[in-house]
Design a protein around this ligand. Structure first.
Ligand SMILES: C[S@@+](CC[C@H](N)C(=O)[O-])C[C@H]1O[C@@H](n2cnc3c(N)ncnc32)[C@H](O)[C@@H]1O
Length: 471
């Protein structure tokens, strides 16, 4: 097989934090405003008008709007991956990544006694590259490939759905589109090049599969895109919420526009657009609800920050329930830690970190995943294993053997060099091998310990770890 190579992509940035970035205060919410001139895009105007009408909004609401708002949210654009986009992800670096993942599912399908019906389910499939590679690699295991009844994608972005449709070679004749006239061209089902049905959904609970069909679930770089709330510890047990407000100049310009009509309106639209962080004066309902866990009151000192994503917990709980109910298996792969973190919310634009409050909709927004929180959310429904480091996972699953096979397919030294670079990029602890983690999710009553994980400890099963953040 000819290796699919991305020689130049290997030099591009992934979305994880460069290690040297940790501990800097560049984007710490210290109240400073963005100091560049910015256009007032329809999305920025929408967020500004919401803030002016209702007061400062949560970071989570800002993030959600900036990423998925139909008024120009980042993921509605589609072309955001790769060299011409803003970042590159593991499946886009090398085919080896998807191939290794396929092997993991095949191994566990064998351990389950080769069920006759399975279906791939992917949350946030991006360009569809990972699924295309997994399907292609599955063909090496004909009985397994035959068991795969279809593919289910959870994807909100119409543009990305179109890219996934094309990546899986779906035929035009087989495609059904969303009926809504505003969403014309957004696929909801089709048949891919290999004859498998492909279906798209906005939400996990919309998926329906046959009762005897085993779901093989993948969430790669999905949870880091879900909104986070940010909080700051005050004196005693008090927490304030870090909110997003418009800057004074923006508020003043808007007030002027409401007084003197069109001319001032023009002024407001050409002002620098400044969003800034502010702290709530009192504890907000979000802080009271989200930080109920007692450790939040004992582990942190005045001035410490925490980021929490209740939407991630909600989706993880649903996912765990669904995997257990359907006797399936899942992998969650993302960058993050096995504890709660403070200041990782960031923007990524043209392969560089950027201030997340600048130009909403123009850049990717992300925050490191708190795996301990995901495990905690899943604990009633499923058994979680890990997280383990991506490098450990890939090595245990045989990435070096696969690299060697691919090296043997070519005599071109440049191609060989690129392959080795891609392997290092994915597995080296100084690159993506350590910061990216892998968590396996199996039904709650499973007796199997998935490869290459260790059985979970009681603590891992039951408690979210909250560790002191080193600032
Ligand atoms: C960073 S991309 C990862 C893409 C892909 N998994 C990869 O690794 O290349 C995040 C993906 O999640 C999708 N996404 C983000 N928020 C979502 C949400 N709330 N519901 C469904 N999909 C979402 C985006 O549209 C995109 O496909």
């Amino acid at each position: 097989m000819i290796p699919r190579l991305f020689a130049r992509r290997a030099a591009l940035y992934s979305r994880s934090l460069a290690r040297s970035w940790y501990g800097t205060k560049i984007y710490r919410p210290d109240g400073s405003a963005v100091s560049v001139k910015e256009d007032l895009t329809p999305l920025a105007k929408h967020i500004r008008d919401t803030i002016l009408a209702t007061g400062p909004i949560s970071v989570a609401k800002y993030m959600q709007n900036a990423l998925t708002s139909p008024v120009g949210g980042y993921y509605t654009r589609g072309q955001v991956f790769g060299r011409s986009g803003d970042f590159v992800t593991s499946p886009e670096i090398s085919q080896m990544f998807g191939e290794i993942m396929a092997v993991w599912y095949v191994l566990h399908w064998e351990m389950l006694g080769r069920p006759s019906k399975t279906a791939f389910v992917e949350l946030g499939p991006g360009r569809g590259t990972l699924m295309a590679d997994m399907l292609r690699a599955s063909k090496r295991f004909p009985d397994f490939a035959k068991s795969v009844q279809g593919v289910h994608f959870i994807e909100r972005s119409p543009e990305l759905r179109k890219m996934q449709h094309s990546k899986l070679g779906c035929s035009e004749e087989s495609t059904k589109y969303v009926q809504d006239k505003n969403d014309r061209g957004t696929p909801i089902s089709a048949v891919g090049a290999d004859g498998k049905t492909v279906c798209w959904y906005d939400l996990l609970d919309e998926i329906s599969i046959e009762p005897d069909c085993v779901p093989l679930v993948m969430a790669h770089e999905f949870f880091d895109a879900l909104p986070v709330y940010k909080f700051e510890k005050g004196s005693g047990d008090q927490w304030s919420e870090i909110l997003v407000d418009v800057s004074e100049s923006e508020a003043a310009a808007t007030e002027a526009s409401s007084k003197s009509g069109t001319a001032a309106n023009k002024l407001a639209e050409t002002q620098d657009l400044h969003f800034k962080y502010v702290r709530s004066r009192n504890i907000t309902a979000n802080a009271a609800l989200i930080l109920r866990e007692p450790k939040f009151s004992t582990m942190f000192d005045k001035g410490d920050h925490v980021e929490v994503s209740p939407e991630s917990a909600h989706i993880m709980s649903q996912l765990a329930h669904w995997i257990s109910a359907n006797r399936g298996m899942g992998l969650v792969i993302d960058y993050g830690q096995d504890w709660t973190q403070g200041d990782t919310f960031r923007g990524i634009k043209s392969h560089k970190f950027a201030n997340p409050l600048s130009s909403p909709g123009s850049m990717d927004l992300t925050a490191d995943v708190d795996f301990s929180y995901l495990r905690y959310a899943a604990r009633d429904h499923a058994k979680c294993f890990g997280p383990i480091e991506q490098g450990t996972f890939l090595h245990a699953m045989g990435i070096q053997a696969r690299l060697q096979q691919l090296l043997n397919t070519t005599k071109d030294t440049q191609v060989q060099k690129n392959l080795v670079e891609c392997y290092k990029r994915l597995a080296d602890p100084h690159s993506m091998g350590r910061i990216y983690k892998v968590l396996a999710v199996l039904p709650k009553d499973t007796q199997t310990v998935p490869i290459p994980f260790a059985p979970p400890s009681n603590e891992e099963m039951n408690k979210p770890k909250v560790e002191k953040i080193i600032k």
